[in-house]
Design a protein around this ligand. Structure first.
Ligand code: FRU
Length: 485
């Protein structure tokens, strides 16, 4: 519906305009992470390099800092540092997506860009319908909706969404996040020869499949891809119980590695492993770029996890994306590293090659700031070591366990913790700090902690604490941020 589409675009533009100054005045706005211009941002969508340009779409609610009838916002870049904020890609303007152009993915075919997404529909009583939909573009900025291309198969509730499409051999495949009628989360496979006609093949795995036992009541945002000799299913299950240091957030994101049999269909896989250990990480999506790199971007947020307690809500916006990370397989697990291009944001390096701290807390000359990359390499940690950021968050290591702590976002009197065990100890911490975000790559990408942080805006101090003796080196770069147009 062209008219409704125009109305919605106009209303969103007015909303941006109305809150422009208020949003811009927020000291928690980030310098090198994707944010909404106003309102709420969630999942990365349609992530692809197409004709040389990276396209990153995002779930966007322009009219509120809560969830609702989502649009697809759109950023593009040739190098992950210079970004263009493009016109809105898709609005919830049609009968089959009127309550949200929900998450999905992109592929390139015959020179055209194809976007697959879920049309979310709710009636007056709140009953939900889900349609898998297609939109196509010749120029990468104007998209023509093609309507519904796959309906709900038997055996599933209307929680059936987030199509991720890829090609294998002569066929296109689509994996969808689903809930079966008996309320178990599943990843469901479809097949097509032409991107328009889709055949339902069945679940590749899920809760109560593959000896998994109960493993969540809904699986969101699945993504299937190959990494070396492994078939990876990345997925965001909902309904996992906290278990030791695992599954500490409201909802999880992680992966299974194994072998996918497309005919059956069936993924023979090992255990689920979380991709990130921080407070805010969800709904990651990957793409294979023209250099053959598998790159991941996630949402730096978690649904239903005190989203309204983020202080940015007062300034009419909430959430951002993670940095793009390159994935590799080390024979046992996925390794995540910030993409190389981010080095182009670096100012001159400040290097301290041998620092020793013994039973003391110290600042290190020149180390600090709120748009900073820090790399710490450890020679020795005798007992306990900690980095304290801006009198707010702390990363500490003791007895093989790395802990991130920060004040509870809802109850600032309390401290909350996220932990991971490092079987081979702590060798390296690589931090990206951006005003109100923190991404920590541990042991060259074996683990990552991604979190929002809300210290006093003027706080810039970083302190290092050691119980017993710790010796390490530090490299620091002040980061210039994205160039946005
Ligand atoms: C995940 C999710 C998706 C859905 C989208 C709606 O965060 O719930 O399953 O498509 O967000 O914005």
């Amino acid at each position: 519906m062209a008219e409704r589409d125009q109305e919605l675009r106009q209303a969103a533009a007015e909303e941006i305009d109305k809150y422009k100054e208020e949003v811009a005045s927020d000291p928690y706005r980030l310098l090198f992470h994707h944010m909404p211009p106003v309102g709420l941002l969630n999942d990365p969508n349609g992530f692809i390099q197409w004709k040389g340009t990276y396209h990153l779409f995002y779930q966007w609610m322009p009219f509120d800092t809560g969830h609702g009838a989502k649009f697809w916002g759109h950023y593009t870049s040739k190098d992950f540092v210079n970004w263009v904020h493009e016109d809105i890609a898709l609005t919830p303007s049609d009968w089959y997506d009127k309550n949200g152009v929900y998450s999905g993915s992109a592929v390139s075919h015959n020179d055209r860009l194809y976007l697959f997404y879920t049309g979310n529909v709710k009636d007056e009583e709140g009953n939900r319908e889900a349609y898998q939909c297609l939109a196509v573009s010749d120029d990468g900025v104007n998209f023509e909706k093609q309507g519904v291309i796959a309906e709900l198969p038997e055996g599933y509730t209307a929680h059936f969404r987030d199509p991720k499409v890829w090609k294998n051999g002569n066929y296109w495949y689509m994996v969808i996040g689903a809930q079966s009628k008996d309320l178990q989360g599943k990843a469901v496979l479809f097949q097509s020869e032409n991107l328009y006609d889709w055949k339902h093949l069945g679940p590749v795995t899920g809760s109560l499949e593959n000896n998994l036992g109960e493993f969540g009541y809904m699986w969101e945002c699945p993504d299937i891809f190959q990494l070396e000799d492994q078939d990876i299913l990345m997925v965001s299950p909902q309904g996992l119980e906290e278990e030791g240091m695992n599954y500490a957030n409201t909802y999880q994101s992680g992966y299974f590695a194994g072998k996918l049999n497309y005919e059956q269909p069936h993924l023979e896989h090992g255990p689920f492993r979380e991709l990130d250990r921080g407070f805010e990480f969800y709904a990651p999506q990957t793409t294979l770029d023209e250099q053959g790199r598998r790159i991941l971007i996630g949402w730096m947020g978690v649904p239903d996890q005190y989203e309204q307690a983020h202080p940015t809500v007062e300034k009419q916006w909430v959430h951002c994306m993670t940095l793009p990370r390159e994935l590799s397989w080390n024979g046992k697990q996925i390794i995540q590293q910030p993409v190389n291009e981010l080095k182009d944001m670096r100012g001159p390096a400040l290097i301290h090659s041998s620092i020793t701290i013994e039973n003391d807390q110290k600042a290190v000359r020149g180390i600090g700031g709120r748009a900073t990359e820090l790399n710490l390499e450890f020679d020795r940690i005798e007992n306990q070591f900690a980095v304290e950021l801006f009198q707010y968050a702390a990363i500490s290591y003791k007895d093989g366990i790395l802990t991130l702590s920060r004040p509870h976002l809802e109850d600032r009197e309390k401290t909350e913790f996220r932990r991971v065990k490092l079987p081979e100890g702590l060798r390296n911490l690589h931090l990206f700090i951006d005003q109100s975000s923190l991404e920590i790559f541990v042991n060259n990408g074996e683990e990552v902690f991604t979190s929002r942080i809300f210290p006093q805006p003027e706080e810039e101090d970083i302190l290092f604490t050691s119980l017993g003796e710790s010796s390490f080196s530090i490299e620091q770069w002040k980061l210039s941020g994205f160039k946005l147009s």
